[in-house]
Design a binder for this molecule. Structure first.
Ligand code: GLC
Length: 751
């Protein structure tokens, strides 16, 4: 239907936009933009009425924005989310029941970041591009690249890291892989959307230095290096102005300094003012019905609909602002396959499931192992698998990032599949999740008031859990080894699409305490069985001080996707050598984090980022604070040795070389991390900052020379007064390590 419309319209209007023309703009495999014909876009805009232009700059349904049928310009079609193509919604907000809707459920963003493997980033995006295209989507609403500022943010699982360099480099691969399929990426949420509490209105008070050094770099990377064709605004304000139509963020930085010529798509209902949206860079307004009449949206009443038309017709705002928005939208259409009817995609194919497995294998982090792992199934008769999360499925929860997974291998299934009949597996749930209102922050960030009926529900749940615990301890005591699978849950039954509880969109946690009585359960399991491995799910860490020391082994799995159970079992039994590295610092309590101890979280109306640039290891390492596991940390079943570090300076490039050797008896992968330390800065700087990394896979005994290039930006900081990037002449030290606190080699140099 669409192709016929396109050709007949082209004939009718006698202009050049036709399937074959649009098809000339095949998207090259590199994801690089191809030369787009501005002349063609000019001719199209010249044919449009004001109404037709206005129709393109706001939603025409829950997940489409307007086209111009008369000119053969289709609607743009969007889909969540960052780790899988979401439930099909058609033109409303209710998932289409019975729709052939299954998709590949990849591990979540923080799993991907934990791989520190750029190639997997590309493959991740490629899978999403093929699956989105198969569903005729033009824009995939991801990746989520907000910085993990506090471990309490309900959406940390969707994001990548506390570090802007790791976030940006992993996101660039994702964006390129996605767009190489002709589907636009939409990195989100620009910018400083680092909490869910009061997200629609919170005003982030933040310095320009912190914006440029921490919260902007990943967005700059995806725009400048990734060629992102769209970017999503955020709900929050920054220093008093809504980010979706923020003069500094959009006009001065994104479209000015960084030269972004793509589309700024609002978050759903993040547009709050017509005039600002017209002149401060919002190109498409989506989702405003979410804050109005959800079921009977009137798109003509959107901010960028009739109200915008009136401002243009009255002469208050120049029509050139609308023309620029339409130009950007048409550019995206040409660059993508929006005009060539998408072409064939692929969905639910084995290759995609294999990528999900690879990302899970490389993105699960082994944090402690006193020798218990890997388990040898030939040495064990009985294993107790304990914990609700051993059988829980996560795909369809967590908010807008939900995915209708074709299947999801749970840890229990993965373990059973791997050991087969060699080992007897006994399962005990150990605890049942329940919805405890007092576990969540309310809109002011204080503990939500707990209703009387919820108090009663929680009491009943806790007494039921006592019984489950006793059963679990009995099973643990009789087994040769125990695998406990617990941690957080993503979303929760009884809440709309799993929103609003635990790890989920729209709510933050109140603390990092293990929920549902798991801490006592782990302690008691350790007391009856010294061969216990703990596997935790979750978008961040949990408090560990009361159970970690007595636990022989601990694996953090985040939410590892549809093949997560397979990967967990393969690592526990040594079929796969873990190579995940933490993309965030694991301290103990949330109050240890600078966003709580120096800054505010979640604030009240305003939230003060007083910690400024000292986020994550930039704070913990600079102030030598106690933590459990540092940024970049992760264990392996083999060992590595570093040697022969050299620096070669050529003008503005410093080439760092180092040799890595696998000194163990099995293959494995190491992540070589390069940090820069400024010895004598004239402004306060973190003790070190990640400025390069490379993951190397080595056979036992194999060694390789790794070379990483540092440009001037690697030594620069954003001057708090000059408000520009400066590379200060002085003494620097380049550090090569395997975490922010395990520096193996270092070399000084003058810059
Ligand atoms: C949500 C999210 C955004 C998502 C959009 C569409 O509120 O903030 O990440 O892509 O709306 O569902």
């Amino acid at each position: 239907m669409r192709k016929i419309l396109l050709i007949s319209t082209a004939l009718l209007c006698g202009f050049v936009l036709s399937a074959c023309d649009a098809g000339q703009y095949e998207t090259e495999k590199t994801g690089k933009m191809v030369e787009v014909s501005e002349a063609k876009i000019d001719s199209l805009i010249g044919l449009m009425t004001l109404d037709e232009k206005i129709g393109m700059i706001h939603a025409s349904s829950s997940f489409t924005s307007g086209g111009v049928p008369r000119l053969g310009i289709p609607e743009l079609v969007y889909s969540d989310g960052p780790h899988g193509v979401r439930h099909e919604h058609g033109r409303g907000w209710h998932a289409l029941d019975g729709y052939d809707d299954r998709s590949t459920y990849l591990p979540v963003g923080i799993n991907l970041a934990s791989t520190w493997n750029r190639d997997l980033g590309y493959q991740f995006g490629e899978v999403l591009g093929k699956e989105a295209k198969d569903r005729s989507k033009d824009v995939l609403l991801g990746p989520g690249i907000n910085i993990i500022r506090s471990p309490l943010n309900g959406r940390n699982f969707e994001y990548l890291s506390e570090d802007p360099f790791l976030t940006g480099k992993m996101a660039v691969g994702y964006v390129r892989g996605l767009q190489a399929q002709g589907v636009a990426s939409c990195p989100k949420h620009y910018a400083a959307n680092n909490q869910e509490t009061d997200r629609h209105n919170i005003d982030v008070i933040i310095s320009k230095r912190a914006l440029h050094e921490i919260y902007f770099p990943a967005f700059r990377d995806v725009v400048v290096d990734g060629d992102a064709w769209s970017v999503m605004g955020a709900y929050n304000k920054i220093n008093g102005q809504y980010t979706t139509h923020h003069e500094y963020l959009n006009n001065e930085v994104l479209k000015g300094k960084w030269g972004f010529d793509g589309v700024v798509v609002s978050d759903w209902a993040s547009v709050k003012d017509t005039r600002e949206a017209l002149i401060y860079g919002t190109d498409i307004e989506m989702g405003t019905e979410l804050l109005r009449d959800f079921d009977n949206p009137v798109y003509e009443e959107f901010y960028l609909a009739n109200p915008a038309k009136e401002m243009i017709e009255s002469g208050e705002i120049d029509e050139k602002y609308v023309d620029d928005k339409v130009r950007r939208i048409l550019r995206l259409m040409y660059r993508s396959t929006a005009l060539s009817d998408h072409g064939p995609g692929q969905r639910n194919v084995e290759e995609h499931q294999q990528v999900a497995l690879e990302v899970a294998r490389e993105g699960i982090v082994l944090l402690k192992n006193d020798g218990l792992l890997p388990l040898d199934k030939n040495e064990i008769q009985t294993i107790a698998v304990i914990g609700h999360n051993a059988t829980r499925k996560y795909a369809e929860r967590g908010g807008s990032s939900q995915v209708p997974a074709l299947y999801e291998i749970t840890p229990l299934e993965g373990i059973r599949n791997l050991v087969g009949d060699d080992v007897e597996i006994i399962y005990a749930e150990g605890y049942e999740p329940y919805y405890d209102e007092s576990l969540f922050a309310d809109i002011t960030g204080d503990a939500a008031s707990q209703s009387r009926e919820n108090v009663r529900e929680v009491e009943l749940a806790q007494s039921a859990n006592q019984e489950l615990m006793e059963q679990a301890i009995e099973v643990a005591a009789q087994a040769d080894a125990v695998i406990f699978v617990g941690g957080w849950i993503k979303g929760h039954e009884g809440m709309p699409w799993g929103q609003g509880t635990y790890d989920a969109e729209a709510r933050d946690k109140l603390n990092l305490k293990l929920i549902f009585g798991q801490e006592e359960l782990i302690q008691r399991i350790n007391a009856v069985n010294e061969n216990t491995a703990v596997v935790l799910m979750g978008g961040s860490n949990v408090e560990m001080e009361n159970w970690l020391s007595d636990t022989p082994a601990y694996l953090h799995a985040w939410y590892p996707g549809m093949e997560g159970g397979t990967a967990i079992a393969e690592i526990l039994f040594g079929k796969v050598n873990p190579s995940g590295r933490l993309p965030m610092t694991f301290a103990n309590a949330h109050t240890d984090y600078p966003s709580h101890s120096i800054g505010e979280f979640p604030g009240d109306g305003t939230v003060d980022y007083a910690e400024d640039i000292f986020v994550g290891y930039r704070y913990f390492d600079t102030h030598d604070r106690d933590i459990f596991f540092p940024f970049g940390f992760g264990l392996s079943y083999t060992t590595f040795e570093f040697s022969d570090m050299s620096l070669f300076v050529h003008d503005d490039i410093v080439r760092v070389q180092a040799t890595v050797k696998n000194t163990g008896d099995r293959e494995g992968a190491e992540v070589v991390q390069v940090y820069v330390h400024h010895k004598n800065p004239s402004v306060e700087r973190p003790i070190r900052e990640l400025k390069g990394f490379e993951k190397v896979h080595l056979e036992a005994g194999e060694s390789t020379m790794v070379e990483i290039e540092l440009d001037d930006m690697a030594f620069s900081y954003f001057h708090p007064d000059q408000l520009e990037w400066v590379m200060e002449p002085g003494e620097y030290q380049v550090q090569v390590g395997t975490s922010s606190r395990d520096i193996k080699l270092m070399a000084d140099l003058e810059r």
